[in-house]
Design a protein around this ligand. Structure first.
Ligand SMILES: [Zn+2]
Length: 264
């Protein structure tokens, strides 16, 4: 009996303690919501504090991933560990769980995405210049890079409108590394890939034909004729579609490069 009685006493005390704890959090949460202070407490209920604090973040947040620790997150997000702890009402002993959202200090340089999404490569795309305008004049072009195209695509080049049969030139020193031959359903139609030693390549599309004697592997100089303006592939009027891919990467807007030496 004595044991039973002791257990009940113990359970009642526990319930009372839990009730008290819940009440404390209710008060704390009310205060937080009313005055919008990110720091709900200092010390008490430390393990729950980060989640609670994240709910009232007014700035950037960080979502904890597996393997994170306070110092690692501070390092990733470029903030001081003490500022990070303060912003979340936490201590260095406060445990972290994957999926937990943390407030980043207001002074944090990261305002939206967590640092884990920062691209590994910070090298900006090269500014590519060309030494020969790729089409014989008379011609016409505007900046349509990024304009919507069929099939959810966006325009990745510049369209230089000219009469069918006008010369198409190598815009730079390099090698013709790929030849596109027009076929049913082809987007490019007849075309070339002209590649520089650094991997930068230029894509030519919609040619009516190729210059005789020029093929894959031909080394060219600026101004060499490599084909003729046409409307093969996905083209409604005769024009050259011209793309620039710095170091073999994603296309960049070629308009500044062609505008700089416009031969139209
Ligand atoms: Zn185009």
């Amino acid at each position: 009996m004595a044991v039973y009685f002791d257990e009940r006493t113990s359970q009642n005390e526990e319930r009372g303690a839990r009730r008290g704890h819940r009440l404390w959090w209710w008060v704390a949460a009310t205060v937080v919501c009313t005055v919008a202070l990110p720091v709900a407490s200092s010390g008490q209920g430390a393990s729950a504090a980060p989640q609670r604090a994240a709910a009232v973040c007014t700035g950037a947040t960080y979502t904890v991933v597996s393997g994170d620790g306070w110092y690692l997150i501070a390092n990733k997000t470029g903030v001081g560990v003490s500022a990070l702890l303060a912003a979340n009402g936490a201590t260095i002993a406060t445990p972290l769980f994957p999926g937990m959202r943390l407030c980043l200090p207001a002074s944090s340089p990261s305002t939206s995405a967590p640092a884990t999404t920062t691209p590994v490569s910070t090298t900006p795309p090269a500014t590519v210049t060309i030494s020969q305008f790729p089409v014989q004049g008379t011609c016409y072009f505007t900046d349509t890079f990024g304009a919507p195209r069929s099939g959810g695509r966006s325009h990745e080049g510049v369209d230089i409108i000219a009469k069918s049969g006008q010369y198409i030139y190598a815009a730079t020193d390099g090698t013709l590394t790929k030849q596109y031959i027009d076929a049913a359903g082809s987007l490019a139609g007849n075309g070339w890939r002209l590649t520089r030693p650094d991997g930068t390549y230029f894509f030519y599309a919609h040619l009516s034909g190729f210059q005789p004697g020029v093929g894959k592997g031909t080394v060219v100089k600026p101004g060499d004729v490599i084909g003729y303006v046409g409307s093969t592939g996905n083209a409604s009027i005769a024009h050259l579609h011209f793309e620039i891919h710095p170091r073999g990467g994603a296309a960049v807007n070629p308009y500044p490069a062609v505008k700089a030496i416009s031969g139209c």
